[in-house]
Write a protein that binds this ligand. Sequence first.
Ligand code: HEM
Length: 479
Amino acid sequence: MTSRLKKITSLWITTVLLLFVISIILGITMRFNQAEVIRLSPITFYTDMTVHGLTMIGIWFVAGMAAVNFIMERYVKTSKFVNILALVLTVVGVLMFWASTFIGKFHAGWTFLYPLPFKVMWSAWATPLFLYSLAVLAVGWLIWCISLIAAMLKKYSITQVFAWQYFKKGPKEETPPFILISMITLVGIVTCLITAIVLVVLLFAEYYSKGTFVNDALLMKNLTYFFGHAIANEMLYLGLAVIYEMFAEISGRPKWKTTWYVSLAWNCTLFFILTAFFHHLYMDFVQPEGLQILGQLASYLASLPAAGVTVFSIVVAVYRTKINWTLANLLFFIGVMGWVVGGLGAVIDATISNNFVLHNTLWVPAHFHTYNAMGNVLFSLGFFYWFSVNFSNSRHSEKLSALKLFLLIVGGIGFLAAFYIGGADSIPRRYSNYPAEFVHAKTLALIGGVFASIYLIGILIFFVNITRRCVKILFSQSA
Ligand code: HEM
């Protein structure tokens, strides 16, 4: 492992954690505003919501990519130049996006659903700047993904990289699960990033045509959710690729191997994750009915096989065996549980008859915060912790481990429970202030905000410890 790659990875980790702390503070501010403990103008609330949502998606995507890039170097040679380019374009893209929101007051939500970007209730320049920021991010990430795919294809054939040889008896070559899952995920990400670029081009076409070109709203919604749903899910799979590689190694167990059912499950996931987004359009009654049914079926088929084999692999790894538990594999283990619980919440919502009740209620942030704040974040934190301890040569103590986990788990569960109960009580999402008819909404927002603050304290301890070690790696001569 080259010292340059370790330094770039340290920079990614520090950047992600810093942006994470800021984004959590925005999230807590939103909850306290909904509780009417503080008072934000609706414009500030929706600006914060837009910044929070898109920054969170962006950072946990790049966190997974940085970890995958680091581990991939064990198998193939990756480009350090492209890794740094992606980092620079991410920072530039985020700064442009923050300027459009914090200064320009653009606040169309992280999904910027058409035609909202053109209903200008902010500085006129903020819409094009926001779109340019998306273009910078999408192009930087696309180059990064293609470069990693190319690196894998230099060593593995198409059959090997997708592990198709396992469908025949007695496969001759091995495909490490890490390579299989990374490939499946990166292909999905490339597809959704290209869609994001098409979306931005169509939005620009309308913007610069001054009314002579108008987009089709249903097409734009399909493109938006194809991109948004796919990226939000694929970034979890980046974390899973890391777990398939690291869980056994950190636990002192034999390395996990690809089998026919692991290969089948992940190959299914590639297709179904890209078609599950139709569940976002159940309430768009002009959408052809067949696509709605496909949306429900794909929602089940995208989540169940991958979750099934991952949970099976983890259970087999830990059941009645002596495990070398450290903070890293504990975070992976708890993260997988969070991912499964959030996934169940998602499947419940993706069932058409339930969606009539749960659509756009707090059930939606409930489930996606579960697999993010208590799933994907823990996957990456596990990697960050392992990386920083292993390469900083610093003496570390596990003294605060129990406290950190306690704060994350208690804070996380309380924060999420307030969302789930709100969803079950039909409280709508994305309200800056709740009307009096929603009698429990304010109290739940207060409870959510308090527990989220407990979660934040846990994250702050991680932030201080991990960044201190990463800064050491960054400035060391022999990292
Ligand atoms: C403790 C940490 C967090 C807090 C306090 C928090 C809080 C919030 C709140 C209050 C909302 C608005 C909910 C509504 O009324 O619709 C929200 C939305 C959102 N959050 Fe979080 N969140 C946290 C962590 C995360 C994480 C880890 C992610 C990772 C992806 C994330 C992604 C999002 C997204 C995508 C939205 C939707 C924004 C939109 O509707 O445009 N959040 N969050």
